[in-house]
Design a protein around this ligand. Structure first.
Ligand code: SF4
Length: 452
C-alpha cells in the first residue's frame, strides 16, 4: 500500500528557525511499514509545506499524521486536506497528544487514532485495511464515533529493542536542514523512553506508566554507525537516568571508534551524583547538556516536584563548567511571577554565569498532574496556546507586562559578552542571522498578550 507520513508545520514558524529536529517518530513508523514492503514516503511540512504539490499525483492509500498539543488544529486541517486531495484515503493520527488526550481527535476527518508507541500498531492497521481485518481488534487504538470514541484494548509498551532502526533514508533530501544551535547537520537518536523523576508539569513519565524503557547499548552503537551527520542529539526524555547503561554506551561508542558531537538531556541530580559519567561522555564528544533547571528557589522546585535543590543546581553548573561541557539551562516561569521574581531569576542566572538560558511559561500540558490539578483555572483551551510561550493561567502581572518581562529575561539574564564565545560558533553570516532571529523572537514574545 502507499502510505504518506506527514510531519506538520508548527503553528509558530519562527520556532522552526530556532531549532528543527528530524521527524524521528515518522522515521520509526516508516521503518516498520517498510518491513512489510509498503511504499512509504515522509513529507516534512516544516520544510515543504505544500503537500498538494509534492504528493498530489502519488495518491496515497493511507495518510499518517503526528501531533503535539499545539498541533491539534494543524493536524485537523492536514486531515481535511488529505481527504480533499485523496477522497478514498484513510487518515490515522498518533503521537504525543493522541496518546495523552485521544478524545480531542474524535472528529470524522480522522479514521483512527493511535495511542502510545505506534510502530507495530500502524503496521497492524495497514494490514487490516489491506486484508479486511477489524480495526477494533488491534490493541492501542481509538476509533472516532459520534457517540464517543471507541477504544480497543490497551497495548503494552513496546520493547524499544524490538523496534527497527528509523528509516532515515526517507528524509535524506531534508537532512541538511535539521539543526539545533550550531549543531548542523544534526541527527536525532532515541536511546530510552520515559523518566525516573516525577515532575508535575511533565507527561513523559506517565506515558510509559512510570517505567524507564532502555535500548541495549550495542543496538544504539549499531545505529550510530549508520548515521552520517557529525552531530547527534539523544532525544530521550532523560538520557542519563540509568548511569550504568550510559557508562557502558560511552565505552562501546569509544571502542567502535565513533566520533561525533553529542547533545543530550540530563537532570541536575544526575550530574551532581555522577560527575565521572559526564567526564567520560565529554571525552567521547559530549558538547552540550540540556538541563531543566526550572526555578531558582527550593520552594518553587518543590511545588513542581522537581526533586532537586538550588544548591544541587549550583553544583551541577560547576561540574559541567569544569568538564568543559556547555549547560543549556531551561527555566520555567510561573504565571504568578511578580517583578521581584523576574528580577531574582535574572540575578540567579547572572550569579551562576550561565552562557545559555532559555525560558518557557509553566504550561499545564494535557497528561500532566498540573493539568489534572488546575484544569478549571485554564484561561484558554486553544491548542496553539499550549506552546510553552503563552500562559494558560491568569498572570499575576498585567498580561502585557508579563510578556515584556519574559522578553527582558532573554535580554538581561545572560549578558552579551558571556554568550559571544558560543555565538562565535555560528560564523559571521550565522551570527548576523541569529541576532536578527533573536530580535524577531523578542518582538513576537512582547506581543504574545495579543494572541488571546
Ligand atoms: S526530569 Fe524531565 S523528563 Fe523527567 S519527569 Fe522531570 S521534566 Fe519530565
Amino acid at each position: 500500500m502507499k502510505i504518506l507520513l506527514i510531519q506538520p508545520t508548527g503553528h509558530e514558524p519562527l520556532m522552526d528557525q530556532i531549532y528543527l529536529f528530524e521527524p524521528l517518530a515518522l522515521e520509526y513508523l516508516a521503518a516498520g511499514l517498510l518491513l512489510d514492503n509498503h511504499d512509504v514516503r515522509i513529507i516534512d511540512a516544516r520544510i515543504e509545506p505544500d503537500i498538494k504539490a509534492i504528493a498530489n499525483d502519488w495518491n496515497p492509500d493511507i495518510v499518517g499524521l503526528t501531533a503535539f498539543t499545539s498541533h491539534v488544529n494543524i493536524a485537523r486541517s492536514l486531515a481535511l486536506q488529505s481527504h480533499q486531495l485523496w477522497p478514498d484515503c484513510f487518515v490515522v493520527i498518533g503521537g504525543h497528544h493522541a496518546t495523552v488526550q485521544p478524545e480531542d481527535f474524535n472528529d470524522d476527518c480522522f479514521d483512527a487514532v493511535v495511542i502510545g508507541e505506534g510502530v507495530f500498531t500502524l503496521r497492524e492497521i495497514v494490514t487490516a485495511i489491506e486484508h479486511g481485518g477489524a480495526l477494533i481488534d488491534i490493541p492501542g487504538i481509538a476509533l472516532p464515533c459520534d457517540e464517543g470514541m471507541i477504544y480497543s484494548e490497551t497495548r503494552p509498551y513496546t520493547d524499544l529493542n524490538a523496534l527497527p532502526f528509523p528509516a532515515r533514508e526517507l528524509t535524506k533530501h531534508y537532512r541538511a536542514h535539521y539543526f539545533s544551535e550550531w549543531f548542523k547537520p544534526l541527527a536525532s537518536v532515541r536511546t530510552s523512553l520515559g523518566c525516573t523523576a516525577r515532575c508535575n508539569f511533565c507527561a513523559l513519565w506517565s506515558i510509559t506508566a512510570g517505567k524507564y524503557l532502555r535500548r541495549d547499548p550495542d543496538q544504539v552503537v549499531e545505529e550510530l554507525k549508520g548515521i552520517d551527520e557529525p552531530n547527534v542529539f539523544f532525544c530521550d526524555d532523560e538520557s542519563m537516568c540509568d548511569s550504568k547503561r550510559m557508562a557502558t554506551l560511552a565505552t562501546k561508542i569509544h571502542q567502535a571508534g565513533i566520533r561525533k558531537n553529542y547533545f543530550l538531556y540530563a537532570r541536575v541530580d544526575t550530574i551532581v551524583r555522577q560527575p565521572e559519567l559526564f567526564r567520560q561522555w565529554a571525552a567521547i564528544g559530549l558538547k552540550q547538556v540540556f538541563v531543566g533547571m526550572e526555578a531558582c528557589s527550593d520552594e518553587r522546585l518543590q511545588r513542581m516536584n522537581k526533586g532537586v535543590t538550588v544548591a544541587e543546581q549550583e553544583q551541577a553548573v560547576a561540574i559541567l563548567k569544569k568538564i568543559g561541557v556547555i549547560m543549556y539551562a531551561s527555566f520555567m516561569v510561573d504565571p504568578d511571577y511578580s517583578h521581584q521574581d523576574f528580577d531574582a531569576l535574572i540575578r540567579y542566572i547572572r550569579r551562576l554565569k550561565l552562557t545559555y538560558a532559555t525560558f518557557t511559561v509553566m504550561t499545564p500540558l494535557p497528561g500532566t498532574q498540573l493539568y489534572r490539578d488546575r484544569k478549571a483555572e485554564l484561561i484558554s483551551h486553544q491548542p496553539e496556546m499550549f506552546d510553552m510561550l503563552h500562559s494558560l493561567f491568569a498572570t499575576h502581572l498585567p498580561d502585557k507586562e508579563f510578556y515584556h518581562q519574559m522578553a527582558r529575561l532573554y535580554e538581561k539574564a545572560v549578558p552579551l559578552y558571556r554568550v559571544l564565545p558560543a555565538l562565535a560558533k555560528f560564523g559571521v553570516h550565522g551570527l548576523v542571522l541569529r541576532i536578527k532571529l533573536f530580535q524577531r523572537f523578542l518582538k513576537r514574545l512582547r506581543r504574545a498578550h495579543l494572541d488571546y
